[in-house]
Design a protein around this ligand. Structure first.
Ligand SMILES: Cc1cc2nc3c(=O)[nH]c(=O)nc-3n(C[C@H](O)[C@H](O)[C@H](O)COP(=O)(O)OP(=O)(O)OC[C@H]3O[C@@H](n4cnc5c(N)ncnc54)[C@H](O)[C@@H]3O)c2cc1C
Ligand code: FES
Length: 338
């Protein structure tokens, strides 16, 4: 066990050998900047003032060559070897309600949504508690580093955790999940994490935008808003972007939700012109951010936005909202799937 002290603050916390510095801080209720918990975004960069740390990933993409030259490290990829003093940039994020916990969950099964995307179901003996939009870290046997997956369901007493997961070509984590995991197997789950969760106190109607497996947290938000009475007067407009018509699984998922067209509407769009023509798509064919602009136009600043997907998609949505329509940053919540 090491003690981590944060420079220029009263905050210090214990970090045991299983935890990274980031996870131990969040578990202790201490706010430090972060987003992906996966080494991709660089938000959790810190300076080591005193002590020794071990990096669990030699060259994480969240550190640029300049960062490495300057001795920066990532709190989500470092474990302390001794007591340490560290320094962070400023953090303006909120603190979600639930402290992450490590647990062992049992694989129940998966239902296929498209050729390369399934909703995976795991079960635990204890209640599953998280905010809609958050994610958990899964430790997968034989896979280097944990993988982040966003829950597609809601907090529940039965211990159910579901995730919509896409099979990535050559990806070791998704290969394990799709091809090696057997019903009844146990894996380690640590969570919840993530700051891009549904804010219950906000009065604005909600727009959810998902690209690919970015659908998972958007389903969690939509499922929460259509089942929890506190949201019954708020509209949800969902946008879902896939490459080809065969990727569009939202009509089935939306039809299962207990919502009327007044509260929930869903707009699907494909981006590959040739595949869309080949597969007889008669819907919109463009990038999802372009479709958002086409449907919402000048009303864009009136909404609270949640979006998830690959970094180029989230960057395009961010540009649309913040640069083209001057939506304040506080109205925007997103996760990039590194
Ligand atoms: C916040 C967040 C939420 C996500 N939610 C979902 C979701 O709901 N559904 C979904 O399908 N995908 C989700 N992803 C993407 C997911 O975590 C994986 O990146 C994706 O499944 C590909 O993993 P892979 O192992 O198949 O591919 P790989 O190419 O083997 O691994 C890709 C990712 O694994 C991590 N990684 C690789 N090597 C190491 C290492 N040595 N140490 C530590 N980490 C390493 C990195 O984050 C890297 O981007 C999410 C990502 C983030 C950041
Ligand atoms: S939170 Fe550490 S790199 Fe994203």
């Amino acid at each position: 066990m090491s003690i981590i002290k944060i420079k220029n603050s009263e905050n210090q916390f214990d970090c045991d050998e299983q935890d990274t510095i980031l996870r131990a801080a969040i578990r202790s209720g201490i706010k430090i900047p972060y987003e992906c918990n996966s080494g991709g975004c660089g938000s959790c960069k810190f300076d080591l003032i005193e002590g020794k740390v071990l990096s669990t990933w030699d060259a994480p993409p969240g550190l640029s060559p300049r960062d490495i030259r300057k001795g920066k490290r990532l709190a989500c990829q470092c474990k302390p070897v001794t007591d340490c003093e560290i320094a962070f940039g400023e953090d303006h994020s909120d603190t979600p309600d639930y402290i992450p916990q490590r647990r062992s969950v049992t694989y129940v099964g998966q239902r296929k949504l498209t050729a390369d995307m399934s909703e995976f179901h795991f079960k635990d003996n204890f209640p599953a508690r998280f905010m809609p939009g958050q994610f958990a870290m899964l430790t997968l046997p034989g896979v280097a580093g944990d993988r982040a997956y966003s829950m597609s369901n809601n907090s529940n007493e039965m211990g159910d955790w579901t995730f919509i997961i896409k099979k990535m070509p050559g990806g070791s984590g998704s290969d394990f999940l799709f091809n090696k995991l057997k019903q009844g197997d146990s894996i380690k789950l640590d969570g919840p994490y993530g700051l891009s969760y549904l804010r219950p106190e906000i009065e604005r109607d909600v727009v959810c935008i998902g690209g690919g497996s970015g659908l998972s947290p958007m389903m969690s938000i939509a499922r929460a808003m259509t089942t929890n009475g506190q949201y019954k007067n708020k509209k949800i407009i969902m946008f879902y972007g896939g490459r080809a018509p065969a990727d569009i699984c939202t009509p089935q998922l939306v039809s299962e939700m207990d919502a009327n067209g007044e509260q929930l509407s869903c707009h699907n769009v494909t981006s590959d012109v040739e595949l869309s023509a080949e597969q007889g798509w008669d819907g919109e064919c463009c990038f999802v951010h372009e479709y958002v602009e086409k449907i919402l136009g000048s009303s864009i600043p009136d909404f609270e936005f949640y979006f998830c997907g690959p970094p180029p998609m989230t960057a395009a949505v961010q540009r649309l909202l913040m640069i083209d329509y001057k939506v304040p940053f506080e109205q925007i919540h997103f996760d990039r799937f590194f």
